[in-house]
Design a protein around this ligand. Sequence first.
Ligand code: SAH
Length: 374
Amino acid sequence: MSLSPSPGESEPNGGRSERRSLLGLPRPELERAVAPLVDRTFRARQIYDALYRRGVSRFADMTDLSLELRGALEDRFEVAPPRAVLRERSADGSSKALLELADGATIEAVAIPDGRRMTLCLSSQAGCGLACRFCVTGFWGAGRNLDSGEIVGQALALREGVKPPFEGLNLVFMGMGEPLQNLDEVARSLEIFSEFISWRRITVSTAGVIPGIERMASWERRPNLAVSLHAPDDERRGRLMPINRTYPLDDLLAALKAYPLERGRKVTIEYLLVRDFNDAPGDADLLVERLAGLDCKVNLIPVNPDPVLGARMVPPDPRVSESFRARLKQRGCLATLRRRRGDDVSAACGQLRAPGRPPRGFRHSRWLAGVERG
Ligand code: SAH
């Protein structure tokens, strides 16, 4: 693991200026914003392509625009992607960035090489209020919603080594926050991303916010949907994820079954494997029963331990994880076991940002007592 500020990151952030940010405006909004300055409507398209197709963030470098227009844009607008304050690179090539926003809030974004492609893992909130017991972001508590500029800006900030910026990318909203609790801004960012990246290559991951799933189900074009399930019954899921008390499993699974899927697509079920908690052969059987009738694939993720999560949040022995996967498969359930990647870059949610603010005051001892009983 190496910690190194990347080139060009020494300038001060400067805070929010009076100029309006162009980043994150979907094309019709950008067209309206620059309309008073341009002679032809296609100029807006040129600016849009410079920002997102070519990754140009300085108006001065938009050389297909006249000098005069570049100057006028500079006077009124800015393009300020979040600034990387820390980058960690792991041996497998994953690179995680801690990004600072204009108001000083920090978020994480990760670039994960994926064969010849690149997957970017983006945050939707600067924190998370859901308090999932296995999640370091949840441990530190809620933070504000990101706006669409801060969401697309993460992709631009990660673009080092990712050229051209957006084509050839997979996007997953599996960074900090709950995307379906910030669906308006996530939707605006998707409007932009989907002009450059196929919907099939974009995945939104939710802890199970049913109204958000229903809203997305009504869209004309939809990203793939991933759901953090993590336990085969309400009792254990409720202990891991307080949101299960609001949206219990039966209701959640019904909403997933109603989510329209494109041909060949499946809902991804994420299932965290926690040693001696949800990794027994009987749990695999229960999970298969629960998922009956849902067109899905299961992604098994051995939990990534962290000091703030307590001593019981440990992954099963690799052989146990593998036999859990094999048992799902025997019972006709598509399942993959996530290779452990990026462990050396603190790649689980919130682990890079963790220090620097007081925790919400988790009562691990109480939760663990529950585990002992269970
Ligand atoms: N709120 C959304 C997206 C953020 S979490 C959701 O719940 O899906 C993204 C994924 O990271 C989730 O599947 C979550 O379970 C996983 N994750 C969080 N903490 C983890 C840890 N300690 N080890 C492994 N995966 C973790």
